[in-house]
Write a new protein. Structure first.
Length: 398
């Protein structure tokens, strides 16, 4: 039998030792050192083990914990350490044989049990260390959300955010110190006055109101994105995202980001996706960052600079979109330097850029798609078609 791990990660609830399983109690009884946040340590009875309070910032505590290797150590965490908890952070720094975990009941499980909500149909968000805008894609009437918040003051901030986005009619179920003797539950509308609350706090949101709902399909309306006019328009954006064909865990380069609409819609496709957008103009780079923040997108890196020079040190992509700055040097770099199997999609409007893509397709293969769109516009007292510039799209695999 292999030697027992030196570290045990124990999930603790607000009910302290009463909620621990027998294995967790045995680990605590055998520990030489118990390390955790002061709130968790205070829930446990005194014992023979040395007690260490987890410092702030959190990273300092990780280093201190690793320095205890060789002793029998218990690290305390809230509820289920691997659901928006410290467990994954610790596991990344440890070898598999160094640790074991004994999770407790998660706040989400306790909240669902109090409210009678099926967890499989409920959006669960950890907002204690993330912006409230992360919930923006999920805001739609009828949706149920459970959100872990940083502290009691964040409840009022959450209510204010929902009201600001047009969902002030949402019901909030405010749950403090779930599972413990000081548990308290309250219900109110988001647009009502919010009282004082104590952490740890979890809020159930029954979304309601006339706020704008972010569509699920790519090709969202242009006015979701602040821009100076440099934006891939909605129908072309939908075709472009279809050609880029995002798949789980992939990374995108969006070259010539403009408003960031392509990269942001790529990221909205799946939580595992990442993207880098390259934009030479500082004002547009700032606008991309603001658009991403407003729509709850956080896995976007904005790199100031011009391609291809700005591409040299970037994480390799699985897909590349060229929306601006298309020239012969950039095309040569992409077709000779990208890893084999990288998908490339480039859009052109000018005749010069079209000629580049036609030549690239002849040399490297792939598909050419020419798109011409027309919209109705007033024509005197009647209506007529206003035709936009045609778009030539080249898509290939390197």
């Amino acid at each position: 039998m292999s030697e027992a791990p030196w570290l045990t990660i124990v999930g603790v609830g607000e009910d302290g030792p009463d909620g621990l399983c027998s294995a967790s109690r045995r680990a605590l009884d055998a520990a030489e050192v118990v390390m955790g946040p002061p709130r968790h340590l205070a829930l446990l009875p005194e014992g023979e083990a040395e007690r260490l309070s987890w410092p702030v910032p959190f990273a300092d505590g990780v280093e201190q914990l690793l320095g205890l290797r060789g002793r029998r150590v218990v690290a305390l965490a809230s509820g289920d350490p691997f659901w928006f908890g410290a467990g994954a952070v610790l596991a990344r720094r440890l070898s598999p044989g160094d640790w074991r975990a004994l999770p407790g009941r998660s706040c989400f499980a306790l909240a669902a049990a109090r409210l009678g909500w099926p967890l499989e149909d409920t959006v669960c968000l950890g907002l204690h260390a993330a912006p409230l805008a992360r919930m923006r894609p999920a805001l739609a009437p009828g949706r149920r959300l459970l959100a872990l918040l940083r502290d009691g003051a964040a409840v009022a901030q959450l209510a204010g955010y929902l009201a600001q986005e047009g969902f002030g009619a949402s019901d909030l179920h405010i749950m403090e110190r779930l599972g413990g003797p000081s548990e308290r539950l309250a219900r109110q509308r988001a647009d009502a006055a919010v009282g004082s609350h104590e952490a740890p706090v979890c809020v159930g949101v029954e979304v309601d109101g006339a706020g704008r709902v972010l569509p699920l399909a790519s090709g969202r309306a242009d006015d979701w994105f602040d821009s100076d006019g440099q934006i891939t328009k909605r129908p072309v954006r939908a075709l472009t995202l279809s050609a880029l064909a995002p798949r789980p865990f992939e990374h995108l380069w969006d070259i010539g980001g403009g408003s960031g609409s392509i990269a942001i819609e790529w990221l909205l496709s799946d939580a595992s996706l990442t993207a880098t957008t390259i934009e030479p103009r500082p004002d547009r780079a700032a606008r991309i960052t603001a658009n991403a923040a407003r729509l709850g997108v956080e896995r976007l890196r904005v790199v100031p600079g011009a391609a291809p020079a700005a591409l040299e040190e970037l994480e390799p992509p699985q897909a590349v979109f060229v929306g601006g700055g298309l020239d012969a040097d950039l095309l040569k770099w992409l077709t000779t330097r990208l890893p084999r199997g990288t998908r490339i999609v480039a859009n052109a409007v000018t005749l010069e850029a079209e000629n580049l893509l036609i030549s690239a397709q002849a040399a490297h293969g792939g598909d050419l798609l020419r798109v011409q769109l027309a919209e109705t516009r007033p024509l005197g007292r009647k209506r007529g078609w206003q035709t936009a510039f045609p778009i030539l799209q080249w898509s290939t695999v390197s």
